[in-house]
Design a protein around this ligand. Structure first.
Ligand code: UDP
Length: 143
């Protein structure tokens, strides 16, 4: 069965640049339903935990500093084939390699400050959504 859930963040660069509204609009127009959303700031510890899979990578320290440098928008999205379709919508990690029209091509400025996060697997989508949201904060599309 195709997964219906993915997790996203609008990163501090895109929030600072005033792109929250435009990015959410792109996401919703692409057929994703918002089932949870919050505006918050990560600290160095929580950003480090979120990106712990990259802790041995040379960019880890800078990434944690960047991700805790200002507010983010965290959200859980639902759509058939959500993980794969959302990765297509955001484009490649490096915005200079992202397909035209993708969110990173439109709003990202560098491989680090790349505007948005999108889960890379069904398993990580569940882990990441649970890291940010309790069951009470999520509103499945059952109505
Ligand atoms: N990143 C970075 N330098 C790199 C590669 C990645 O700063 O050389 C950052 C970037 O913000 C990226 C995040 O680390 O989104 C996680 O990297 P990953 O390879 O998982 O890319 P993603 O899944 O976000 O496309």
């Amino acid at each position: 069965m195709n997964t219906i859930t993915t997790f996203t963040m609008i990163k501090p660069d895109a929030v600072r640049a005033g792109h929250i509204g435009a990015i959410l609009d792109d996401i919703i127009k692409a057929g994703f339903k918002l089932v949870a959303i919050k505006y918050m700031q990560l600290n160095q510890d929580t950003a480090g935990i979120f990106y712990q899979v990259h802790k041995e990578r040379p960019f880890f320290k800078d990434l944690v500093t960047f991700m805790s440098s200002g507010p983010i928008v965290a959200a859980v999205l639902e759509k058939e084939n959500a993980v794969e379709d959302f990765r297509k919508l955001i484009g490649a990690t490096d915005p200079s390699k992202a397909e035209p029209g993708t969110i990173r091509a439109k709003y990202a400025s560098s491989i680090q400050e790349n505007a948005v996060h999108g889960s890379d697997s069904n398993e990580n989508a569940d882990i990441e959504a649970s890291f940010f949201f309790s069951g009470l904060e999520r509103h499945p599309d059952f109505l």
